[in-house]
Design a binder for this molecule. Sequence first.
Ligand code: ASP
Length: 335
Amino acid sequence: MKQKILVIYAGGTIGMQASAQGYVPVAGFERQVRQQLNDERAAQLPAFDMLELDQLIDSSNLQPHHWCELAGIIQQRWQQYDGFVLLHGTDTMAYTASMLSFMLQGIDKPVIVTGSQIPLAELRNDALDNLLTALIFAGQYSIPEVCICFNGRLLRGNRSRKLKSAALDAFDSPNYGHLGQAGINITLHAERLLAVGRANFNIPELNPDAVVVLPVYPGMSASVAKAILNDNAVKGCVLQTYGAGNPPDANSELMRVLEEAIKRGVSIVNVTQCLQGEVNQGAYATGATLNRLGVIAGSDLTLEAAFTKLHYLIATEPQAHIGALMVKPLCGEMA
Ligand code: ASP
């Protein structure tokens, strides 16, 4: 029997049109897509229904509640479809793919996120190819995880990052091999996929103020960290340090601000500002300082995976469990 896929259009460049203010999302994407597919082409694809959100967004405006809405749409229709394709803006696509991987753990069918750098409405575009490739991966392959499919690459969602703002190969997963490629032939690296699980959905309410990001930089003052961390709503912080996880520890006032936040119950997770490699908190004396303060070493988590995992754990687990769970892979997000 032919597979049936649900395509969810949430917004993003793929369905945008030019306006006096620049590109904006517009309703009616399904009509645009069906116009591009004649019967013969459609017959070669998995069958698909399309659902368009009432409030389409440029994903720069994404809020944590959008993750709950998107995961809820998928959960409600889980039994009706063999796979899901989510059309999403590229700017925050890696955040959404990461969060969906935590909310939809143990899935036994594909959830493939895609979008494009050029709208379908433009003569020359990457929209149709990304959509068709995502549909083919979702409908014809056994992929039990949340992925990003972009420019012929199939990537683990929670390992992906948007690395290029203008090129068509915008996404990559610098710390994990590609799950598949669509070149002349389509290849799936089944050995890199997660094991088939039992769907275990958990879609908690998220407090948008609960997690903050704090990048270190030369000359950073303790007052900047204080302003960000001294808010009672803040329960988690992704600290982006240099190289192997090194902070400017000579700034003892800054270190004190971090330590005080940890004592108040804020979970601080250290990730590297480098694109590739991992945090080795203690390779240098500067990094070892963070061990003494109780900062959680984030291994090779991307910023997006660390941020969404913290949000997810804060909303679902007691604070005492967060440190241990942050360093444990839940769904392939870290080594
Ligand atoms: N600003 C757009 C968005 O993220 C960019 C894109 O889709 O490529 O929605």
